[in-house]
Ligand binder design. Structure first.
Ligand code: ZN
Ligand code: ZN
Length: 320
């Protein structure tokens, strides 16, 4: 099972190499285990993690797996076509019947868990909830705004709810997504044009403690920065184009002692944190079923990439 994440679509725009096997949010059953792999059995359901730490770099050596300096170093030429090495998006490439990944790139899943749900934990849930709980470490009572209420943004809302944020403003042009945000605990859900007004009103003009940008557009990042209160933090989650530039007033930023933080994979330590997120999903504290829209076959993927499937937030592909 694989989810079609926005990053797959962006990879078509930003790919450094082609051909490239897409797909990075997935779950499946272990078919075979390598000779030197311990602790995994054939037949075990697992989710795929696209940011497996290398285990060898300086950051890994001190246990900061979330800051691994070379997570893609686990990439060996595992997939071939006509004798030639075929690269895969984010070391995964799960838009395929089988994937070959390092042991650190899978996390066992409870046998009772729906694999569709497990797949979504592997990217959307990990990134969104992790951004709040691990990257930003939002405190109880804090105010939060999130730009973009898709598969990751809605999980930022859920993360803020789990962190007991007092105000959660979700910003998205889609009415369907705004409704989903409210269902997940957003206290306000508004159009992008209304965002700064709304945030001003709910914060007595002070701004929010935390702003999350999940869109990947510099103009949206600038707006999110303007929404921050003194000592507020902007977390950048959305992937901008490689040559994109963001403009802001460093003097004001300095005076207000604000911060801008980058976030990849929710700053999670996969083997430690993903089992906790899976448990929260099973307890219903992280809702995932509402995220799933169309269920498609692999042959429908090119059509999905043209945006033909628009119900729900995530289109899910069933293999095998
Ligand atoms: Zn993704
Ligand atoms: Zn490392």
């Amino acid at each position: 099972v694989a989810g079609v994440c926005h990053t797959d679509v962006l990879a078509v725009r930003d790919a450094r190499v082609t051909p490239l096997v897409l797909g990075h949010e997935g779950a499946g059953i272990v078919e075979a285990v390598g000779r030197d792999v311990g602790g995994l059995q054939e037949g075990t359901p697992v989710l795929l993690c696209w940011k497996a730490p290398c285990g060898r770099c300086r950051r890994c050596a001190v246990g900061e797996f979330e800051h691994c300096e070379s997570p893609l170093d686990t990439e060996e030429p595992r997939v071939h076509r006509g004798g030639e090495f075929l690269p895969r998006l984010l070391n995964t490439g799960c838009f395929s019947d089988y994937v070959v990944v390092p042991a650190g790139a899978v996390v066992p899943v409870d046998a009772n868990m729906d694999l569709e749900h497990a797949a979504l934990v592997g990217c959307g849930v990990a990134t969104g909830v992790g951004a709040v709980l691990k990257t930003a470490r939002v405190e109880a009572g804090a105010s939060v705004a999130v730009w973009g209420a898709g598969g990751v943004g809605l999980n930022v809302v859920t993360g803020a709810e789990l962190a007991h944020a007092s105000v959660i403003v979700a910003i998205d042009p889609s009415a369907e997504r705004r409704e989903l945000a409210v269902a997940r605990g957003a206290t306000h859900a508004v159009f992008p044009e209304e965002a700064l007004d709304t945030i001003g009103k709910v914060s007595d003009g002070a701004g929010v403690d935390y702003a999350f940008e999940v869109v990947g557009r510099p103009d949206v990042m600038q707006q999110a920065l303007l929404s921050l209160r003194r000592a507020g933090t902007l977390v950048l989650i959305g992937a901008a184009a490689r040559d994109a530039l963001m403009h802001f007033r460093p003097r004001e930023f300095m005076s207000k002692q604000q911060r801008i933080v980058g976030c990849i994979y929710g700053s999670l330590r996969p083997q430690a944190d993903l089992p906790l997120l899976l448990a929260l999903v099973q307890q219903g504290r992280i809702p995932v079923s509402g995220l799933i829209g169309d269920r498609i076959q692999p042959d429908d993927l090119p059509v999905a990439f043209q945006g033909a499937f628009t119900t729900g937030v995530r289109t899910v592909v069933k293999f095998g």
